[in-house]
Design a protein around this ligand. Sequence first.
Ligand code: GBH
Length: 450
Amino acid sequence: MLLYSKRIPLMFPVNFLWGAATSAYQIEGDPLAAGAGASIWHQFAHQPGRIANGDTGDIACGHYRRWAEDVALMAELGLTAYRFSVAWGRVLPNGSGAVNQAGLDFYRRLIDALCERGITPMLTLYHWDLPQALQERGGWQHPDSPAWFADYAEVLIRAVDDRVPLWITLNEPWVVTVPGHLEGIHAPGLQNRAATPRVAHHLLLAHAAAVTVYRALGRHQIGLAVNLEPQFPASASAADQTAARRRDAFINRWFLDPLLLGSYPPELQEIFGADWPNFPANELARIHGIPDFIGVNYYSRGLVRADATEQTLGARRIKPQNAPCTTMGWEIYPAGLTETLLGLRERYGEVPLYITENGAAFIDADLQAGVINDAARVNYLETHLRAAQMALAQGVDLRGYFVWSLFDNFEWAEGYAQRFGMIHIDSHHGKRTFKRSAHWYREFIQRGGF
Ligand code: GBH
């Protein structure tokens, strides 16, 4: 089959960005240093029973202290781009109001160091760590939350837009909405079905408000990053087909349809019933607007079975038999990346794309004589890069690829039990060690492709 052919002679475009991605709470540690305000993730992780093994981001990768060493590692890896996020509460400890200069300076220094090494910064404004002070005012349920976000965005844009060419407003608003406010497995840990559609709506309005600020003050490109996973019916039955279509609307189209087409998918009204509000037309019009690019976070696909006991969706994901999986239980399915990239163009037209996250968790063999032979990760990255190349070969405007993740880090509800990194971090001293995947990626970048 063409998709896995090793003979496709194409190279990646010369200006293609080769990156790795991280997020603030997952790597920085010292979450309250230098006047920072606590985030909802700090709060959540310190509640008993929320995170596997009682882990927290208190130390994480120690990147807050070791950022200079870490930028040197990125340079050694040969990255041409680095995607990171800013902790809102380091910059605005109360979420709005007074700016904490020390927090802003941390990111200025980081950005300067990246630029000195010729590494293009891609800055995510929001990777889930809302200031706790704003949560106490209602968080994303509050109608003022889009304005809070726009004010925060303005502070960052004014401070660093001269050195940051690529901006992402929100990382995966779906994850903020569903695990955070419907399932309660992510901060702020709510299970509030009636509030869920409004949370999503406020996130979209927040994105739009930040883009408006950016159009006035910024000089480069701004987009958002969404988690996409193509959904397949588990059987040919009509019920399973309907279930897959619903889950596709729920996960893949909830945010992109209103943004790029101007209206929510009709399936959402079916899914939420009486909990689906009648959103005003002027707000939908404000949301509707083409970003400069879309960031695609791709990990896996969904195989979907109709299931009436699933209250909200009437559908659930099943594990395909005998399919290879990562330790997250996610099926390894590279063809889904090609399909996702082509599907975006088909549904929404030509929008520049970046793969802002792609990667896998595996149990790495022990660190022996300084070597971690994570062959499964190399294989995952290699097959997904081929899948990306297939989309490029069909003319998709794909501009860069970011491995999730640079480091083993705080994997949210899973704590440190799940490892996505190309770089291992020693849990006692924080010593960094390149896994085989890091060496492999370095050589891949050097060659400019396969
Ligand atoms: C990303 O989210 C995050 O941006 C990043 O911070 C995180 O560390 C990384 O991935 C690894 O987890 O079939 O219902 O189980 C991942 C987004 C969304 C991917 C939900 C898996 C499974 C949906 N995830 N999806 S379900």
